[in-house]
Design a protein around this ligand. Structure first.
Ligand SMILES: *[C@@H]1O[C@H](CO)[C@@H](O)[C@H](O)[C@H]1NC(C)=O
Ligand SMILES: *[C@@H]1O[C@H](CO)[C@@H](O)[C@H](O)[C@H]1NC(C)=O
Ligand SMILES: *[C@@H]1O[C@H](CO)[C@@H](O)[C@H](O)[C@H]1NC(C)=O
Ligand SMILES: *[C@@H]1O[C@H](CO)[C@@H](O)[C@H](O)[C@H]1NC(C)=O
Length: 311
């Protein structure tokens, strides 16, 4: 599961905002449809996120919803059989919308003669991509926001304005989609009710089972390694891993002064509900000043400081 998720995220960029620890929780669904499969990535994939963590996946290959990561051990949160039926119905509407867009643009599915305006994604993969993202957020048990929007080849396609309520086309082809999704007045009322009532209700239900996962404070483990290639500066690498939540400060100091990293600095998801981060600093020959790796994380009462010459 994880490699597919990672490859999609690499393809399409970060899926959801980062987790927060201020009594704020979010439920986000990300649906992705491809006009032709790319490698092992199925034509349709759905992921659900609670805060920054993916908790379920569904795809067009086996058409079943299944819990992910730490949610595999959670009993009773969702009826996954029933959810599979819901996702199947959503997949069909989603792929129909993608076909409508391609019809409008006279795009054959999987053509490589994409117009110059087509995004990098289409350029690289020869596939067009429709992505839908919707969800809601609560803070201290009160609804604080909800949104529902679609992109086509990474450009805005259509989004829902729940105050009007109406679908707002952001692309010429989206007028067809708007017509279909507003064919009955009750459709927009249902979308509004979904965002304002059903989604927060689902989020509250899920939190009943997920707070211990989302409110976890897993402290980082830290290792420092040293590497020297012939004729080059020594590289000191500091790796922090197995921590949650995501926010962390990892940096090198030289004689107490913060050093610019030579490389690293990204925070990566480990797939098992924790993150890792590393930074490398370059040490000039004959530099005898003490180097230390400094790690600060919300789980730690005080920063971890690991000397660079430990190995
Ligand atoms: C692509 O073409 C096939 C066959 O013409 C069609 O069944 C399918 O729905 C089309 N669109 C997508 C998005 O797969
Ligand atoms: C698609 O093709 C039809 C007829 O071949 C043409 O009338 C229409 O303008 C084309 N649409 C676009 C967006 O190029
Ligand atoms: C949270 O809000 C819902 C709906 O407004 C309410 O039913 C529930 O009792 C609230 N829970 C807490 C812990 O306040
Ligand atoms: C909360 O979870 C418990 C089991 O952990 C369950 O018995 C209870 O019905 C749940 N409450 C709601 C409102 O989902």
């Amino acid at each position: 599961m994880v490699p597919v998720l990672l490859s999609l995220l690499l393809l399409l960029g970060p899926a959801v905002p980062q987790g927060t620890q201020d009594g704020r929780y979010s439920l986000t669904y990300v649906y992705t449809g491809l006009s032709k499969p790319v490698g092992d990535v199925p034509k349709f994939q759905a992921f659900g996120f609670l805060n920054d963590l993916s908790f379920f996946e569904y795809d067009s290959k086996d058409r079943r919803s299944r819990p992910l990561g730490l949610w595999r051990q959670v009993e009773g949160m969702e009826d996954w059989e029933q959810d599979s039926q819901l996702q199947k119905a959503r997949e069909d509407i989603f792929m129909e919308t993608l076909n409508d867009i391609m019809d409008y643009y006279n795009d054959s599915n999987g053509s490589s003669d994409s117009p110059a305006s087509a995004s990098q994604v289409a350029g690289i993969t020869g596939s067009h991509t429709l992505q839908g993202r919707f969800g809601c957020e609560i803070q201290n048990n009160r609804s604080t926001g909800a949104s529902w929007e679609y992109t086509y080849d990474e450009r805005g396609y259509i989004k829902f304005d729940k105050e009007i309520p109406a679908w707002i086309p952001l692309d010429p082809a989206a007028h067809i989609t708007k017509q279909k999704w507003e064919a009955e007045p009750v459709y927009v009322l249902r979308a509004k009710a979904y965002l304002e009532e059903e989604c927060p209700e689902t989020l509250r239900k899920y939190l009943n089972y997920s707070k211990s996962i989302l409110d976890r404070q897993d402290p980082p483990s830290v290792v420092v390694t040293s590497h020297q290639a012939p004729g080059e500066n020594k590289k000191l690498k500091c790796l922090a891993y197995d921590f949650y939540p995501r926010e962390i400060d990892v940096h090198w100091t030289r004689a107490g002064t913060v050093q610019e990293p030579d490389s690293g600095g990204d925070i990566l998801y480990s797939g098992n509900g924790t993150y890792q981060a590393w930074v490398v600093v370059s040490v000039p020959p004959n530099d005898t000043a003490p180097y230390s790796c400094y790690v600060q994380h919300s789980s730690l009462a005080q920063p971890l400081v690991v000397p660079g010459d430990a190995s």
